[in-house]
Design a protein around this ligand. Structure first.
Ligand code: GDP
Ligand code: CA
Length: 329
Protein backbone atom coordinates (compact mmCIF):
# COMPACT_ATOMS: atom_id res chain seq x y z
CA UNK A 1 0.00 0.00 0.00
CA UNK A 2 1.55 3.26 -1.15
CA UNK A 3 0.83 6.13 1.23
CA UNK A 4 1.84 9.71 0.51
CA UNK A 5 1.87 12.28 3.33
CA UNK A 6 2.16 16.07 2.97
CA UNK A 7 3.96 17.05 6.14
CA UNK A 8 5.36 19.96 8.10
CA UNK A 9 7.65 19.38 11.05
CA UNK A 10 6.65 18.06 14.45
CA UNK A 11 2.99 17.07 13.81
CA UNK A 12 3.70 15.54 10.42
CA UNK A 13 6.81 13.71 11.59
CA UNK A 14 5.17 12.20 14.68
CA UNK A 15 2.20 10.98 12.70
CA UNK A 16 4.44 9.49 10.00
CA UNK A 17 6.49 7.67 12.63
CA UNK A 18 3.29 6.26 14.14
CA UNK A 19 2.10 5.09 10.73
CA UNK A 20 5.47 3.48 10.01
CA UNK A 21 5.41 1.67 13.37
CA UNK A 22 1.86 0.45 12.79
CA UNK A 23 2.87 -0.84 9.35
CA UNK A 24 5.81 -2.70 10.85
CA UNK A 25 3.87 -4.12 13.81
CA UNK A 26 1.05 -5.42 11.62
CA UNK A 27 3.22 -6.24 8.60
CA UNK A 28 1.06 -4.08 6.36
CA UNK A 29 3.69 -3.62 3.65
CA UNK A 30 3.32 0.17 3.73
CA UNK A 31 5.40 2.11 1.24
CA UNK A 32 5.61 5.63 2.69
CA UNK A 33 6.51 8.83 0.87
CA UNK A 34 6.62 12.06 2.86
CA UNK A 35 6.47 15.31 0.91
CA UNK A 36 7.88 17.90 3.29
CA UNK A 37 7.32 21.66 3.54
CA UNK A 38 10.43 23.70 2.75
CA UNK A 39 8.85 27.12 3.26
CA UNK A 40 10.48 27.40 6.69
CA UNK A 41 13.94 27.02 5.15
CA UNK A 42 16.39 29.84 5.65
CA UNK A 43 19.96 30.91 5.16
CA UNK A 44 21.61 31.36 8.54
CA UNK A 45 25.29 31.96 9.17
CA UNK A 46 25.93 30.99 5.52
CA UNK A 47 24.19 27.65 6.06
CA UNK A 48 21.00 26.33 4.49
CA UNK A 49 18.72 25.29 7.34
CA UNK A 50 15.63 23.18 6.53
CA UNK A 51 13.69 22.90 9.80
CA UNK A 52 10.84 20.64 8.66
CA UNK A 53 12.98 18.29 6.55
CA UNK A 54 15.28 17.85 9.53
CA UNK A 55 12.46 17.31 12.01
CA UNK A 56 11.10 14.56 9.77
CA UNK A 57 14.55 13.01 9.25
CA UNK A 58 15.51 13.11 12.93
CA UNK A 59 12.10 11.85 14.09
CA UNK A 60 12.04 8.93 11.68
CA UNK A 61 15.73 8.33 12.37
CA UNK A 62 15.09 8.06 16.12
CA UNK A 63 17.41 10.94 17.09
CA UNK A 64 14.92 13.78 17.57
CA UNK A 65 15.32 16.07 20.58
CA UNK A 66 12.81 15.87 23.42
CA UNK A 67 11.34 19.26 22.53
CA UNK A 68 10.26 17.81 19.16
CA UNK A 69 12.94 19.42 17.00
CA UNK A 70 16.74 19.32 16.77
CA UNK A 71 18.90 16.43 17.95
CA UNK A 72 18.78 14.46 21.18
CA UNK A 73 21.87 14.72 23.41
CA UNK A 74 22.67 18.10 21.90
CA UNK A 75 25.16 20.80 22.94
CA UNK A 76 25.56 24.41 21.79
CA UNK A 77 29.28 25.09 21.90
CA UNK A 78 29.51 26.31 18.29
CA UNK A 79 26.66 28.78 18.78
CA UNK A 80 28.37 30.10 21.92
CA UNK A 81 31.54 30.66 19.89
CA UNK A 82 29.60 32.51 17.18
CA UNK A 83 27.97 34.69 19.82
CA UNK A 84 31.40 35.49 21.24
CA UNK A 85 32.23 36.92 17.82
CA UNK A 86 28.97 38.87 17.81
CA UNK A 87 27.54 36.57 15.11
CA UNK A 88 24.55 34.27 14.86
CA UNK A 89 21.02 35.05 15.94
CA UNK A 90 20.50 35.07 19.67
CA UNK A 91 16.90 33.83 19.32
CA UNK A 92 17.66 30.89 17.03
CA UNK A 93 19.61 28.05 18.56
CA UNK A 94 21.49 25.65 16.35
CA UNK A 95 22.94 22.73 18.26
CA UNK A 96 26.34 21.29 17.44
CA UNK A 97 25.09 17.98 16.04
CA UNK A 98 22.37 19.78 14.12
CA UNK A 99 24.99 22.16 12.70
CA UNK A 100 26.76 19.11 11.31
CA UNK A 101 23.66 18.44 9.21
CA UNK A 102 23.49 22.04 7.99
CA UNK A 103 27.17 22.12 7.08
CA UNK A 104 26.79 18.83 5.21
CA UNK A 105 23.65 20.03 3.40
CA UNK A 106 25.23 23.32 2.42
CA UNK A 107 28.39 21.61 1.21
CA UNK A 108 26.38 19.18 -0.92
CA UNK A 109 24.18 21.98 -2.32
CA UNK A 110 27.28 23.98 -3.20
CA UNK A 111 28.75 20.97 -4.97
CA UNK A 112 25.77 21.18 -7.31
CA UNK A 113 23.29 18.66 -5.95
CA UNK A 114 19.61 19.59 -5.82
CA UNK A 115 17.80 19.76 -2.48
CA UNK A 116 16.07 16.45 -3.19
CA UNK A 117 19.39 14.78 -4.00
CA UNK A 118 20.86 16.22 -0.81
CA UNK A 119 17.83 15.13 1.19
CA UNK A 120 18.12 11.58 -0.12
CA UNK A 121 21.82 11.57 0.71
CA UNK A 122 21.32 12.83 4.28
CA UNK A 123 18.43 10.43 4.91
CA UNK A 124 20.50 7.43 3.79
CA UNK A 125 22.32 7.69 7.08
CA UNK A 126 19.17 7.59 9.20
CA UNK A 127 17.20 4.89 7.38
CA UNK A 128 13.86 6.63 7.96
CA UNK A 129 11.78 3.77 6.55
CA UNK A 130 10.10 6.25 4.21
CA UNK A 131 11.03 8.19 1.09
CA UNK A 132 11.53 11.77 2.26
CA UNK A 133 11.06 14.37 -0.49
CA UNK A 134 11.24 18.15 -0.24
CA UNK A 135 8.13 19.73 -1.79
CA UNK A 136 10.39 21.53 -4.27
CA UNK A 137 14.05 21.89 -5.19
CA UNK A 138 13.46 25.58 -5.79
CA UNK A 139 13.91 27.95 -2.87
CA UNK A 140 10.57 28.95 -1.38
CA UNK A 141 10.51 30.96 1.84
CA UNK A 142 7.51 31.95 3.92
CA UNK A 143 7.67 35.56 5.04
CA UNK A 144 5.17 37.23 7.31
CA UNK A 145 3.81 40.74 6.93
CA UNK A 146 3.51 42.25 10.41
CA UNK A 147 3.21 45.60 12.08
CA UNK A 148 6.22 46.31 14.26
CA UNK A 149 6.72 49.62 16.06
CA UNK A 150 3.88 51.13 14.05
CA UNK A 151 5.39 50.15 10.70
CA UNK A 152 4.43 47.42 8.29
CA UNK A 153 7.37 45.16 7.67
CA UNK A 154 8.04 41.64 6.44
CA UNK A 155 10.03 39.13 8.45
CA UNK A 156 11.03 35.53 7.82
CA UNK A 157 8.53 32.99 9.13
CA UNK A 158 11.09 31.53 11.56
CA UNK A 159 11.74 34.97 13.03
CA UNK A 160 8.00 35.51 13.50
CA UNK A 161 7.52 32.01 14.94
CA UNK A 162 10.59 31.58 17.11
CA UNK A 163 11.58 35.12 18.06
CA UNK A 164 8.11 36.61 18.44
CA UNK A 165 6.27 33.35 19.26
CA UNK A 166 3.74 34.43 16.60
CA UNK A 167 2.82 37.28 18.96
CA UNK A 168 3.04 40.03 16.32
CA UNK A 169 -0.32 39.83 14.53
CA UNK A 170 0.29 38.53 11.01
CA UNK A 171 -1.34 40.59 8.25
CA UNK A 172 -0.55 37.94 5.66
CA UNK A 173 1.90 35.25 4.66
CA UNK A 174 4.01 35.65 1.56
CA UNK A 175 5.46 32.48 0.11
CA UNK A 176 8.43 33.96 -1.71
CA UNK A 177 9.38 32.03 -4.81
CA UNK A 178 6.36 29.74 -4.71
CA UNK A 179 4.77 30.90 -7.97
CA UNK A 180 7.81 29.83 -9.98
CA UNK A 181 8.62 26.74 -7.91
CA UNK A 182 8.28 23.28 -9.43
CA UNK A 183 7.38 20.20 -7.43
CA UNK A 184 10.51 18.18 -6.65
CA UNK A 185 11.11 15.11 -8.83
CA UNK A 186 8.88 12.28 -7.70
CA UNK A 187 6.30 14.39 -5.87
CA UNK A 188 3.55 14.44 -8.50
CA UNK A 189 4.13 10.80 -9.49
CA UNK A 190 3.97 9.69 -5.86
CA UNK A 191 0.61 11.43 -5.42
CA UNK A 192 -0.75 10.09 -8.71
CA UNK A 193 0.37 6.52 -7.92
CA UNK A 194 -0.67 6.52 -4.25
CA UNK A 195 -3.23 4.18 -2.73
CA UNK A 196 -3.85 6.75 0.00
CA UNK A 197 -2.94 10.40 0.42
CA UNK A 198 -2.79 11.67 4.02
CA UNK A 199 -2.74 15.19 5.34
CA UNK A 200 -1.27 14.51 8.81
CA UNK A 201 -1.91 16.92 11.71
CA UNK A 202 0.42 19.58 10.31
CA UNK A 203 -0.11 23.32 10.26
CA UNK A 204 -2.80 23.90 7.60
CA UNK A 205 -1.41 27.31 6.65
CA UNK A 206 2.37 27.37 6.80
CA UNK A 207 3.10 23.64 6.42
CA UNK A 208 0.43 21.95 4.30
CA UNK A 209 -0.76 25.26 2.84
CA UNK A 210 2.73 26.03 1.58
CA UNK A 211 3.16 22.58 0.01
CA UNK A 212 -0.22 22.96 -1.71
CA UNK A 213 0.90 26.37 -2.96
CA UNK A 214 3.58 24.85 -5.17
CA UNK A 215 1.99 24.92 -8.64
CA UNK A 216 0.80 21.45 -9.59
CA UNK A 217 0.65 19.84 -6.14
CA UNK A 218 -2.91 20.84 -5.19
CA UNK A 219 -4.14 19.76 -8.63
CA UNK A 220 -2.38 16.42 -8.20
CA UNK A 221 -4.15 15.92 -4.88
CA UNK A 222 -7.51 16.95 -6.37
CA UNK A 223 -7.13 14.49 -9.22
CA UNK A 224 -5.44 11.63 -7.33
CA UNK A 225 -7.16 8.29 -7.83
CA UNK A 226 -6.52 7.49 -4.16
CA UNK A 227 -8.71 8.82 -1.35
CA UNK A 228 -7.36 11.81 0.57
CA UNK A 229 -7.73 11.65 4.35
CA UNK A 230 -6.75 14.41 6.78
CA UNK A 231 -6.11 14.44 10.52
CA UNK A 232 -7.16 17.57 12.41
CA UNK A 233 -4.29 19.49 14.02
CA UNK A 234 -6.91 21.35 16.06
CA UNK A 235 -8.46 19.76 19.13
CA UNK A 236 -11.25 21.51 21.04
CA UNK A 237 -10.64 24.84 19.32
CA UNK A 238 -6.89 25.03 19.93
CA UNK A 239 -3.70 23.76 18.32
CA UNK A 240 -2.19 20.94 20.35
CA UNK A 241 1.22 22.53 20.34
CA UNK A 242 2.53 25.63 18.63
CA UNK A 243 0.62 28.69 17.49
CA UNK A 244 -1.31 27.47 14.45
CA UNK A 245 -4.28 29.57 15.63
CA UNK A 246 -2.32 32.73 14.78
CA UNK A 247 -1.76 31.38 11.25
CA UNK A 248 -5.40 30.43 10.76
CA UNK A 249 -6.58 33.82 12.03
CA UNK A 250 -4.32 35.53 9.48
CA UNK A 251 -6.02 33.73 6.61
CA UNK A 252 -9.50 34.21 8.06
CA UNK A 253 -10.14 30.62 9.11
CA UNK A 254 -11.57 29.86 12.55
CA UNK A 255 -9.41 27.68 14.81
CA UNK A 256 -11.60 24.60 14.86
CA UNK A 257 -11.43 21.08 13.50
CA UNK A 258 -14.51 21.74 11.41
CA UNK A 259 -13.29 25.04 9.92
CA UNK A 260 -9.95 23.51 8.90
CA UNK A 261 -11.75 20.67 7.11
CA UNK A 262 -14.03 23.18 5.37
CA UNK A 263 -10.97 25.20 4.43
CA UNK A 264 -9.52 22.15 2.65
CA UNK A 265 -12.95 21.36 1.24
CA UNK A 266 -14.56 18.16 -0.01
CA UNK A 267 -12.96 16.73 -3.13
CA UNK A 268 -16.43 16.00 -4.43
CA UNK A 269 -16.97 19.78 -4.43
CA UNK A 270 -13.60 20.76 -5.96
CA UNK A 271 -11.70 20.66 -2.66
CA UNK A 272 -8.89 18.48 -1.40
CA UNK A 273 -10.13 15.87 1.08
CA UNK A 274 -12.51 12.94 1.13
CA UNK A 275 -12.10 12.04 4.79
CA UNK A 276 -11.27 13.81 8.05
CA UNK A 277 -10.44 12.67 11.55
CA UNK A 278 -11.46 14.86 14.48
CA UNK A 279 -10.90 14.42 18.18
CA UNK A 280 -13.72 13.18 20.40
CA UNK A 281 -13.93 16.72 21.78
CA UNK A 282 -14.98 17.85 18.30
CA UNK A 283 -17.56 15.15 17.64
CA UNK A 284 -20.16 17.84 16.88
CA UNK A 285 -18.24 18.53 13.66
CA UNK A 286 -19.01 15.05 12.31
CA UNK A 287 -22.59 15.63 11.12
CA UNK A 288 -22.05 18.97 9.31
CA UNK A 289 -18.86 17.73 7.66
CA UNK A 290 -20.53 14.52 6.52
CA UNK A 291 -23.27 16.73 5.11
CA UNK A 292 -20.60 18.67 3.23
CA UNK A 293 -19.33 15.46 1.63
CA UNK A 294 -16.40 14.78 3.96
CA UNK A 295 -16.47 11.35 5.64
CA UNK A 296 -15.62 12.22 9.25
CA UNK A 297 -14.74 10.06 12.25
CA UNK A 298 -14.18 11.16 15.85
CA UNK A 299 -11.55 9.50 18.04
CA UNK A 300 -8.78 10.56 20.45
CA UNK A 301 -6.27 12.54 18.33
CA UNK A 302 -3.64 13.35 20.92
CA UNK A 303 -0.34 11.74 19.83
CA UNK A 304 0.66 11.28 23.46
CA UNK A 305 2.70 8.13 22.86
CA UNK A 306 3.43 5.57 20.15
CA UNK A 307 0.34 3.46 20.74
CA UNK A 308 -1.96 6.50 20.74
CA UNK A 309 -0.34 7.67 17.50
CA UNK A 310 -0.61 4.21 15.96
CA UNK A 311 -4.34 4.18 16.76
CA UNK A 312 -4.78 7.47 14.87
CA UNK A 313 -2.77 6.08 11.96
CA UNK A 314 -4.96 2.97 12.04
CA UNK A 315 -8.08 5.14 11.82
CA UNK A 316 -6.65 7.07 8.85
CA UNK A 317 -5.88 3.81 7.02
CA UNK A 318 -9.31 2.38 7.82
CA UNK A 319 -11.09 5.52 6.65
CA UNK A 320 -9.02 5.48 3.46
CA UNK A 321 -9.84 1.83 2.85
CA UNK A 322 -13.56 2.38 3.40
CA UNK A 323 -13.50 5.33 0.98
CA UNK A 324 -11.69 3.23 -1.63
CA UNK A 325 -14.31 0.50 -1.24
CA UNK A 326 -17.17 3.00 -1.62
CA UNK A 327 -15.69 4.34 -4.83
CA UNK A 328 -14.96 1.03 -6.50
CA UNK A 329 -18.36 -0.39 -5.57
P1 GDP B 1 5.84 22.26 12.68
O1 GDP B 1 6.34 22.51 11.29
O2 GDP B 1 6.89 21.77 13.60
O3 GDP B 1 5.01 23.39 13.21
O4 GDP B 1 4.90 21.00 12.56
P2 GDP B 1 3.65 20.63 11.70
O5 GDP B 1 3.20 21.71 10.79
O6 GDP B 1 3.88 19.29 11.09
O7 GDP B 1 2.58 20.40 12.83
C1 GDP B 1 2.14 21.44 13.67
C2 GDP B 1 0.74 21.10 14.07
O8 GDP B 1 0.68 19.82 14.67
C3 GDP B 1 0.17 22.06 15.08
O9 GDP B 1 -0.85 22.81 14.46
C4 GDP B 1 -0.38 21.18 16.18
O10 GDP B 1 -1.66 21.56 16.58
C5 GDP B 1 -0.39 19.80 15.56
N1 GDP B 1 -0.15 18.76 16.54
C6 GDP B 1 0.95 18.63 17.32
N2 GDP B 1 0.80 17.57 18.16
C7 GDP B 1 -0.42 17.03 17.88
C8 GDP B 1 -1.15 15.93 18.43
O11 GDP B 1 -0.71 15.23 19.33
N3 GDP B 1 -2.38 15.69 17.87
C9 GDP B 1 -2.91 16.44 16.86
N4 GDP B 1 -4.11 16.13 16.38
N5 GDP B 1 -2.23 17.51 16.35
C10 GDP B 1 -1.02 17.78 16.85
CA1 CA C 1 7.54 24.03 10.23
Amino acid sequence: MRVVLLAGGVGGARFTRGLRELGRAEDLGLDLTVVVNTGDDLWLDALRVCPDLDTVMYTLGGVIGEQGWGRADESTRVTAELHAYGLGWDWFTLGDLDLGTHVARTELLRSGLTLSQVTARLNERWQPGATVLPMSDDEVETWVEVERDGEVTTIHFEEWWVRYRAGLPARRFVQRGVAGARPAPGVLDAIADADLVVLPPSNPVVSIGTILGVPGIADAVRSASAPVVGVSPIIGGAPVRGMADACLTAIGVETSARAVAEHYGARAAGGLIDGWLVDGADADAVAPLEQAGIATRALPLLMSDESATAAIARAALDLGTSLTATRTR
